[in-house]
Design a protein around this ligand. Sequence first.
Ligand code: TK8
Length: 335
Amino acid sequence: MKTIITTSLAAVLAMSVALPASAQISDRTIRIANGIAEDHPVGDGVAAMTQCIADATDGAWTINAFWSSSLGDDLQSAQSLRSGTLEMVISSSSPLVAIEPALGVFDLPFLLSNEQEADALLDGAFGDYIAEMMPEHNLVNLSFWENGFRNLSNSVRPVESLADFDGMRVRVMQNNIFLDTFQTLGTNATPMAFGEVFTALETGAIDAQENPYVTIDTSRFYEVQDYVSNTRHAYTPFMVLFSKPIFDTYSEEEQQILYECTAVGQTVQREASRSLSDESLQRIKDAGLEVNDIAEDAMAEIRDAVAGVYERSADSIGADVIERVNSELAAIRGQ
Ligand code: TK8
C-alpha cells in the first residue's frame, strides 16, 4: 500500500515538473505543410513563429515544418486540415478557391498596386471578412502572410507587349480566374499544382509560369527558364490556416498563442519577403536570365485586355465580394 502511494505521488510530482507554467497549455505537435522551399521568406516567418511559441509554451509544443510540397500541395493539405489529420498549412489563397470561391477575389488581375495596399486590405476589415468565411469550411485563418506580386517567367521570349503572350504554354494556379486571365492574354494556360511546376518546365511540357521573384529564386526556376518579365499582374496572399477540428481542442490560451505567434511571424515574413525580393532578382540576373520591365503603354494594353475578367468572375466570386473589395480599396487609396 505504502509503495503504491509513494509511486503515485512521485508520478504526480514528475508530471507537475513536466507541465509548463500554465495548466492551460498541453503538450502539442504542430505539423506545417508548405509548397515552397525552406529558404523562402516563409522559412523566416516560421522560425520567428516557432521561437514565439517556444517562449509562450515553455517548450511544450513541437513545431515540424515540411517544405517543397513534401506533405502534399496547398489544396490537399487544406483538405487534411478540414478533416483534422494535419494542423497547419501556409497556402496561397488561389488553390483554395475550390473550397471557398470568394477567395478568387485576390486573383483578379491588377487588383492591388503595392504592398501597402495589400497590408491595409488584409489587416483591415476585408481580411477579417475573408477570415470569417473559413470556419464553415472547418478552417481557421490565423494570419495573412505574403506570397507577393507575381511575375511571368518563360523559356520562349521576353514579354514586352500583349502580343508576346501569344501561344505561350503557361502553368497557372488551379482556378478559373487565373485560367480566364491567361487565356484572355492569348496563352495556352494549364492549371497545375505548384509541386509539379519545376519538372514541367524542365521537361518542356510548359514554357512559362508566374510567381514572385523570391519563389523563382528559392524554387530554382531560374535553372529552367530564360526570361523574366516584370508583369506584377496579381498579388497573392499566403493564408496561415489551422485545422478547425484540432483548433477546437485547444484551450483559449492556446488559441491565443496561435494568433499571437502567427502575427509575430507575419511581421518577420513580410519584411523578409520585401527585402529578399531585390536579392532574388539579382540572383535571377546573375544566373543569366534576361529580365525586362514593360513600358507603360504596353502595360495599359495588357490591363485593358484582362479587364473583362472582373465581370466574368462575378458569379463565382460573388458580386458583393468584388464590390466590397473595390470600396475598401477606394477608401485605402483615399478616393
Ligand atoms: C506554394 C504555392 C506557390 C504559389 C503557386 O505552395 O502555386 O504558384 O504561388 O507559392 O502556394
